[in-house]
Design a protein around this ligand. Structure first.
Ligand SMILES: Cc1ncc(C[n+]2csc(CCOP(=O)(O)OP(=O)(O)O)c2C)c(N)n1
Ligand code: SF4
Ligand SMILES: [Mg+2]
Length: 757
């Protein structure tokens, strides 16, 4: 893959690090102006590492946590047109969610660097590595460099800046490493001791056009029709052509500096190879062992593996496979229906242009969803190619490699249906009282509520002391009859549906957390339409979406949309103040100053930099008839509100509820203290418990009136994530937080007291 050059390289440090750490290290040394990002496994660590470094004052890159990947891509585009250096990192559906912005960035020719830590695209949801995300980016006009190991993750991240910013290129660059295989596995690595070496190599950013030069106003992104558009795109094609020339030049210059030489096409033992394997990234390193083993048996095999796939090195493919008699092209993604993955189609097309090349081509899809690729797999593939050489024909031009029958007993057993009668024990009841012109609710006492069967069975994988499931239990106890649940991605989803198991005893749907409310809207509309056409029995079903607070960042738009359309359904947000299932990154609901894995506390940063999101008030502003907040353990408050919510849905309305949900793991407190921590959040007025019913705000539990109010500091001191705020050095942050809590509480009190507010 890389060889050592003769010239003396700059001074370097030897270390043991993983790909994500190396990408972050390179970024720290480049010292980008801005990073716009949104967490998604397995790329999140890059932002986490950089945030931690920032908190220690080790770089000055402004880290901007976006509201989703589309937003992150927008932030990056804006930052790039404003003339500075820009970084992003994403994976899987995150890349797809950003995809729409990628041609905007390349089409207007603003360079930036995007790390794609490859991962399988949902559905089914799988967090491990394949190339199904990366292959979607092939036609976006971005240069794509591959980083097959942690060392390459560092080196490519540095070279990407120079390549993309070259005056003849001016294109954004993706650096792609394999999720988990490269991003999370530590290897021996070397990096420049002095960041100045990197800074000198990348030089000062050269931005011929930018949005901040008031003396030279420019129009960026003019509307363009035919005949100009095709000419514009031709220029992009020419830029890619230029990149084909410039990439090896930059690689060579970097080799002088680092001692590490990256060929555009890595050919391993191809000199006299009759059978070759074409494969990308980390799997190529594994396959080299297979080549060695087969060579030891006297078999003429070799390996071809590009370090760049955009521009696709077609000429180098032809050159590498000039004398091969068969090539097996392995793709870690399928281009469904195309009879081969993307690389296989491109290699075949490249070879077609060499009239003398008669190599048999075999296309194989392997390693989807992170399925391991061992030396034995590469041996088997090379064996197939050798067989084609010996037989003089190809039996199976395209197939999957490594598919097994699986465990045939592993089916998702349908749950024993809960009957309408079982689910309607008459414990929770809401009724309109004309005399008082209000809704009267009766939910019985806690003992009666235990008569309601659990719709979610106890066998889930959440941490001990997790607040989600007691909250869901108390909420669902107030909803009678059939329900259909839609869960956003998050801890509640991950811990209840690990295939082939499901904790759900009622119908459950998952969609990614940017789009659940729209999905449930579709379900509701179809329910109504099929009822109208008498295609389904006239059973009442209550539709409920369960989301985390993170889902109310990225999925806020569709939720507001569903509310404005007035689709009869309940959206219940469990707010644990962060993106917990992905490792405790900040969400917009994370309070000011609180520590998370993307809001570290250190000499240069005091935890999260902005105030917590007030989703309940945002939703109240859609003027839906019922919005509530609650917390588990406040008597039967949550169950009563569930009964009310169902009543409003039965009237044909959209309802929004938000529940504070404790997370011992990431809030860092003793898991036995959950109820106290939650109660303190309410008693210090950080999390007011109230409802907005028919536009009238009523505080359900007023700690002041009950003489239970405690200082905010008492709550903050209970949790490892916020304790630091009690120290004198954070007095300013604490004051800002206390003031905001007080302002919001006073405003709520005023709304409670005044019917028109
Ligand atoms: C488009 C997209 N971006 C990012 C992710 C990664 N991701 C999945 S769940 C999650 C956080 C969810 O946070 P929240 O909704 O608060 O639920 P919690 O994990 O806290 O229960 C993130 C960042 C994803 N699956 N899809
Ligand atoms: S990380 Fe937190 S929210 Fe997620 S399961 Fe564990 S305790 Fe619950
Ligand atoms: Mg959360």
């Amino acid at each position: 893959m890389m060889t050592t050059t003769a010239r003396r390289p700059a001074v370097q440090v030897t270390d043991f690090k993983k790909g994500n750490e190396m990408a972050a290290l390179a970024a720290r040394q480049v010292d980008y102006h801005v990073m716009g990002y949104y967490p998604i496994t397995p790329s999140t660590e890059i932002a986490e590492e950089l945030d931690e470094m920032y908190s220690r004052g080790e770089h000055s890159t402004k880290m901007v946590p976006a509201d989703g990947e589309h937003g992150a891509a927008g932030i990056c585009y804006g930052a790039a047109v404003a003339g500075g250096r820009v970084l992003n990192a994403t994976s899987a559906n995150g890349l797809l969610y950003a995809l729409e912005q990628l041609p905007v960035q390349s089409g207007t020719r603003f360079p930036m660097v995007l790390n794609v830590v490859t991962r399988s695209v949902s559905a089914p949801l799988d967090i491990r590595g394949d190339h199904s995300d990366l292959m979607m980016a092939l036609s976006t006009g971005w240069i794509i460099l591959l980083a097959r190991d942690p060392q390459a993750a560092y080196d490519m991240n540095i070279m990407a800046v120079r390549i993309g910013e070259h005056p003849e290129v001016r294109l954004p660059v993706i650096v792609a490493m394999d999720g988990f295989f490269t991003s999370h596995q530590k290897r021996r690595v070397r990096y420049f001791e002095d960041a100045g070496v990197v800074k000198q190599f990348v030089g000062r950013p050269n931005t011929p056009v930018n949005a901040l030069d008031a003396h030279h106003p420019v129009t960026i992104g003019a509307y363009m029709n035919d005949p100009d558009l095709i000419n514009n795109k031709y220029q992009l094609k020419l830029a890619m052509d230029a990149a084909e020339r410039i990439i090896p030049e930059v690689f060579a210059e970097y080799a002088e500096l680092s001692g590490r030489r990256y060929p555009v096409m890595d050919c391993y033992r191809m000199e006299d190879a009759e059978a070759a394997l074409f494969i990308l990234n980390s799997a190529a390193e594994t396959a080299k062992d297979a080549v060695d083993r087969l060579r030891a048996q006297g078999k003429k095999v070799g390996l071809v593996s590009p370090n760049v796939i955009r521009p696709f090195p077609a000429a180098l493919v032809r050159e590498a496979l000039k004398s091969a008699k068969a090539v097996i092209i392995a793709d870690r993604a399928d281009s469904y229906g195309a009879h081969g993955g993307n690389m296989s189609l491109e290699v075949r097309a490249a070879l077609k242009d060499d009239p003398d090349n008669r190599a048999y081509c075999l296309s194989r899809v392997y390693g989807l969803g992170g399925k391991d690729f061992y030396t034995a797999d590469a041996e088997e593939m090379l064996g197939e190619a050798l067989e084609a050489v010996n037989a003089g024909h190809v039996d199976v031009p395209f197939d999957y490699h490594g598919v097994t029958a699986g465990d045939l007993s592993a089916t998702m057993e349908p749950a024993k249906p809960l009957t309408k009668e079982e689910m309607s024990p008459g414990v929770a009841h809401a009724e309109w009282d004309e005399a008082s012109r209000s809704l009267k609710v009766n939910v019985g006492g806690p003992r009666q509520l235990t008569a309601v069967p659990d719709r979610i069975a106890p066998g889930h994988g959440a941490c001990p002391g997790c607040g989600i499931f007691p909250s869901l239990k108390q909420f669902l106890a107030g909803v009678e009859g059939h329900v259909v649940l839609l869960f956003h991605t998050g801890c509640a989803e991950i811990t209840t549906t690990p295939y082939p198991y499901s904790s759900h005893r009622v119908t459950y749907i998952h969609n990614l957390f940017q789009n659940g409310a729209a999905t449930l809207s579709g379900v509701v509309e179809m329910y109504r339409e099929r009822l109208r056409r008498q295609e389904i029995p006239p059973d009442e079903i209550t539709f409920i979406m369960i989301s985390g607070d993170g889902g109310m960042d990225i999925g806020m738009g569709p939720t507001i949309g569903a509310a404005l359309r007035g689709h009869p359904m309940i959206v219940l947000e469990y707010d644990n103040e962060g993106y917990m299932n992905t490792g405790n990154q900040l969400s917009y609901a994370t309070p000011l100053g609180h520590a998370s894995s993307t809001s570290h506390v250190g000499p240069a940063q005091s935890g999260k930099g902005f105030q917590h999101k007030d989703t309940a008030q945002i939703m109240a502003a859609t003027h839906i008839p019922y919005v509530f907040t609650s917390v588990e353990g406040l008597g039967t408050d949550l169950t009563r509100k569930a009964a009310k919510a169902q009543w409003h849905v039965r009237q044909g309305h959209f309802v929004y509820g938000k529940v504070l949900s404790v997370c011992p793991l990431s809030w860092r407190y003793d898991e036995r203290l959950g109820t106290e921590v939650a109660k303190a959040a309410v008693d210090c007025c950080f999390f007011p418990v109230y409802e907005v019913e028919n536009h009238k705000t009523t505080i359900s539990y007023d700690p002041e009136q009950r003489q239970k109010r405690i200082p905010v500091t008492q709550w903050l001191g209970m949790m490892g994530k916020s304790k630091h705020l009690l120290g004198p050095e954070y007095a300013g942050v604490l004051k800002a937080f206390e003031d905001e809590v007080e302002r919001r509480w006073r405003r709520l009190k005023a709304m409670h007291e005044h019917p028109l507010l």
